[in-house]
Write a protein that binds this ligand. Structure first.
Ligand code: 5GP
Length: 203
């Protein structure tokens, strides 16, 4: 059995990356898993503990970092965000397609441990659309939106560090593009060696 495959998905807040990955996972079904991050920020809107994030205090977060429980972590705005190590390692061992939806510094750090990870950047069609989407959420005040727009510009400059760029203009197209990437990886020669032997051995 092949080991699993890790996909890092990044994009500015409001790019729709969580929605895209959610729909990709619905299509892939049980072969896929998504990492639930730990954060020191408060739940927003309808978010749920253990589903969207594990919400912890700064002290508890830094304790987890110190104990080596995190694959990566980063400070984003005023808060910490990080990927718990154990579930990701287990899923990769089980051969799952694993998604980490994380910001660009975390994406860079992960690649050091998992050089085979594929990095996908979700671009908004324009900065104007991005700002509209952030305001449309209605969960953040003007200051928070303009802070996120400043960070967004910096993140978009780093899209060149990624293996794939997907523009999330039409949601269905963005979802299908991610699926194509996942399907193409499965056909890489390294993942098809068993099939070659099988064809040669069975007349
Ligand atoms: P938000 O507050 O909008 O949920 O997340 C802010 C940013 O932190 C987003 O870009 C999100 O993808 C990123 N993020 C979420 N979880 C993690 C994580 O575990 N590690 C890192 N490095 N970034 C994360």
């Amino acid at each position: 059995m092949n080991k699993g495959k890790l996909y890092i998905v990044s994009g500015p807040s409001g790019s729709g990356k969580d929605t895209v990955v959610g729909l990709v996972m619905q299509k892939l079904g049980d072969e896929s898993r998504i990492s639930v991050s730990m954060t020191t920020r408060q739940p927003r809107g309808q978010e749920k503990e253990g589903v969207d994030y594990f919400y912890v205090s700064e002290e508890s977060f830094l304790n987890n970092v110190e104990q080596g429980n995190m694959l990566e972590y980063a400070r984003y705005g005023r808060y910490y965000y990080g990927t718990p190590k154990a579930p990701v390692e287990k899923w990769l061992e089980e051969g799952k397609v694993v998604f980490l939806v994380i910001e660009v510094n975390g994406g860079e750090n992960i690649k050091k441990y998992f050089p085979d990870a594929e990095k996908i950047f979700i671009l908004p069609p324009s900065l104007g659309v991005l700002e509209q989407r952030l305001r449309g959420r209605g969960t953040e005040d003007d200051d928070a939106v303009s802070r996120r727009m400043t960070i967004a510009r910096e993140e978009i400059k780093r899209a060149v560090e990624y293996d794939y760029i997907i523009v999330n203009d039409l949601l269905d197209d963005a979802v299908n593009s991610v699926i194509s990437i996942v399907e193409a990886q499965k056909l890489r020669t390294a993942n098809m060696k068993n099939k070659i032997s099988e064809v040669l051995e069975n007349a």
